[in-house]
Design a protein around this ligand. Sequence first.
Ligand code: HEC
Ligand code: HEC
Length: 293
Amino acid sequence: MEKCWQIENSAVPKEHALTDTTNSNNDRQAVPVCVHANGKGESSVPVSARKPTLRRLILFLALAGASAGHALADTAPPSEAPPNTMEARVQACIGCHGAQGRGVDNVYFPRLAGKPATYLYNQLVAFRDGRRKYVPMNYLIAYLPDAYLADMAAYFAAQNPPPLVVPATAAAPALLQDGQRIATVGVPAKGVPACVACHGDSLSGREPGIPGLLGLRADYVSAQLGAWRYGIRTAVAPDCMQIVAGKLSEHDVAAVSNWIASLPVTPQLRPLPASAGAPRLPLACGSQTVHPH
Ligand code: HEC
Ligand code: HEC
């Protein structure tokens, strides 16, 4: 039994974007969200254009997580109930995040694969508890316990599918140059540290709580920086990204977002280890102190 819904990306918090970056031609792109109640089947091609029924997705998650999976058996014999595996649990996620969390064409739907597990866990807790807002995700995980969120985070952190092929950036060279300077040197006059000081020299992230930035599209990065600036996204205190984003101008955000999006993705790059010898962060980040259960 396959069920799919088309979710219009008009629900995506585009209004949080500080700037109109160059890739904004994705308005009202419909996203197929599918669940496979028997755990078989591959495709996320929509079979119907029904309105999103998030309650059903939530129900699916709850059932996939509980041993009472056979409660779905009103249309399938008990032997075809969803297995209680991680693949079954994350079926509700991959319509928006791609198989193995690889990412999808929609520029606002981030790749999850290979990001540090604690980072992903922190985000799931933030969505569940309302510190980060995107209504479908807020609802989907509203009632899931910490341990369940930690398991899903660990699953996506361990994936390493090939990156999406995305169109080359159309941003002007001068804008990209500014972006590169902000990311690698910072803006000393405004007290903005270089992004690489925390996200790593090649922006591959740093365990346990700092994500890699490669493979994120300009509109997504811009929207996140805007969300921090306006207090719509907050991380565990002290929230270093709120300080960083708060000091950036609109031009800075457009420049650094486009430069990040112009970088090639190297799937072999993993987040830097959180080893004792790692350089000190220029600001304290609460995200680096969380220990998932
Ligand atoms: C309807 C589409 C949709 C579904 C279904 C969905 N997500 Fe998301 N997810 C998003 C969007 C859009 C964002 C970015 C929201 C924002 O702008 O802050 C996001 C963000 C995230 C993030 C933060 C990523 C980052 O790099 O900061 C994580 C982790 C995540 N989702 C995990 C999941 C998991 C696990 C599931 C399944 C239980 C799921 N998502 C289901 C659309 C979806
Ligand atoms: C002091 C350390 C620090 C600096 C400097 C820093 N970051 Fe971050 N960044 C973090 C942490 C920690 C997180 C994870 C926050 C959380 O848990 O949500 C993060 C997350 C992000 C995210 C969210 C990624 C996603 O997948 O949603 C973006 C985008 C980002 N940073 C961009 C930047 C940019 C651009 C700069 C430079 C202008 C920068 N950061 C500088 C520590 C830093």
